[in-house]
Design a protein around this ligand. Structure first.
Ligand code: HEC
Ligand code: HEC
Length: 359
């Protein structure tokens, strides 16, 4: 497991213990261009491109969402931007309905019909499923194999993780400039966009960014630093896609799919808090891909915006002012630069050797 991540085993449902056989089968399915449609030509990796941190760099597919990264999905407690399914086993087909004819399936569903039937026609898949599961291909076993592969797509060992390790080694209570400075080699400076700058200055900016992230800028309220995933696995309306929400579009985010006992106004236009690892490779940002660069993605959270059109009546209270507008976090331009630098320091590297080979 890469530095900085929790043990993924604790996040795997007991019903589907990982085995090498399931992983190999899952990986084969993931890259198989004959799997998803009768015509063929498209695999999971068409949209979740390994060299792009398993995204496709596109804003959003029509009638669908911006493709999220699959790095570290094992740590998600719910899947998809609106969290409508719980287990990774369900992301291809959640139930028998998903085996309906393809034109009945809205792209929103992220489900493909006829998958099991196509697999059963292939002698080589029948053999592999038999070896791994002792059955012919079924919805269950397809889900189990793919989920097993997905759970090994990890990214960690970021500059920030390395600084934390330096701190732990030194036995110091708080993270300091010195820990960042000790991990800033030439490659690290380049990754941060600060090649040639003095290490001490970069380290000071990183510490400032980290401190703001957890303090004045309140980022950690939703992107906690404690579990290495930078997501509270919650759903919040932070203002992305407001205009669409106001047009009474069918896209209500979490609200539409939340169980009755959990529905409340702030879930309108609310989407899952994404992890902040690997941001350098996952642009564009947000469920609708509306921001193409990191700076404007961060600005959307913190730019003071008094209540004015387009109104957002469902803005998460953590970001809202008493008057219902967006709160003023009082950040200076230097603060913002430091925050952005800290986000770059979360980037990390992919751990699956297969991903490295695909680069
Ligand atoms: C046409 C492009 C496309 C293809 C093909 C595709 N995906 Fe996705 N994937 C998406 C989009 C868009 C989303 C977000 C959908 C949503 O939130 O409703 C997504 C979401 C996911 C998620 C949820 C991640 C999260 O953080 O919530 C997983 C897991 C996933 N896809 C795995 C797969 C697998 C496995 C396959 C192949 C069987 C696959 N995808 C094929 C576009 C695609
Ligand atoms: C109220 C909870 C909340 C707070 C506070 C918060 N975020 Fe977010 N953040 C989210 C949610 C939810 C999304 C996804 C929103 C969407 O797609 O509609 C998000 C998305 C992002 C993204 C885009 C990631 C991607 O892959 O699309 C970045 C970058 C980000 N946040 C950084 C920050 C920073 C920096 C701060 C502090 C200034 C911060 N966030 C504070 C909840 C929050």
């Amino acid at each position: 497991v890469p530095l900085g991540l929790d043990d993924p085993l604790a996040y795997i449902p007991p019903a589907n213990p990982p085995t090498l056989g399931k992983w190999q089968l899952g990986r084969r399915l993931f890259f198989d261009t004959a799997l998803l449609s009768p015509k063929g030509g498209q695999s999971c990796a068409t949209c979740h491109i390994p060299s792009r941190a398993f995204t496709d760099g596109k804003r959003e597919a029509e009638e669908s969402y911006n493709t999220p990264t699959l790095l570290n999905v094992v740590y998600n407690t719910r899947q998809f931007w609106d969290g409508r399914v719980t287990y990774l086993e369900e992301v291809v087909q959640a139930n028998l309905e998903d085996e309906r004819a393809a034109d009945d399936l809205s792209p929103f569903r992220h489900a493909w019909s006829g998958v099991v039937g196509r697999l059963r026609k292939s002698a080589s898949y029948r053999k592999q499923f038999d070896e791994v599961f002792g059955t012919a291909p079924t919805q269950d076993t397809v889900g189990q194999a793919i989920a097993t592969y997905l759970r090994t797509i990890l990214a960690g060992n970021s500059i920030h993780d390395r600084a934390l390790r330096a701190q732990a080694k030194a036995g110091t209570r708080a993270l300091g400039n010195i820990h960042y400075a000790s991990v800033l080699d030439d490659d690290a400076l380049k990754e941060l966009g600060r090649a040639g700058d003095a290490k001490a200055a970069v380290a000071a900016d990183l510490l400032r960014g980290y401190t703001l992230f957890r303090g004045k800028a309140s980022c950690a309220a939703c992107h906690p630093t404690s579990n290495g995933h930078y997501s509270d696995n919650g759903f919040h309306n932070i203002g992305a896609g407001v205009e669409e929400l106001n047009r009474e579009s069918s896209r209500l985010g979490r609200f539409a799919v939340a169980p009755l006992g959990e529905k409340q106004r702030y879930l309108k236009g609310a989407y899952k808090t994404p992890s902040l690892r690997s941001l350098l490779r996952t642009a564009p940002y947000f469920h609708n891909g509306e921001k193409s660069d990191l700076e404007s993605a961060v600005a959307l959270h913190i730019d003071r915006a008094p209540l004015k059109a387009p109104f957002n009546f469902y803005l998460d209270p953590k970001l809202a002012d008493k008057d219902g507008g967006r709160r003023d976090f009082g950040l200076t331009p230097e603060d913002r630069q430091a925050l952005l630098l800290f986000l770059r320091a979360l980037n990390g590297e992919d751990a699956d050797p297969f991903i490295k080979a695909a680069r």
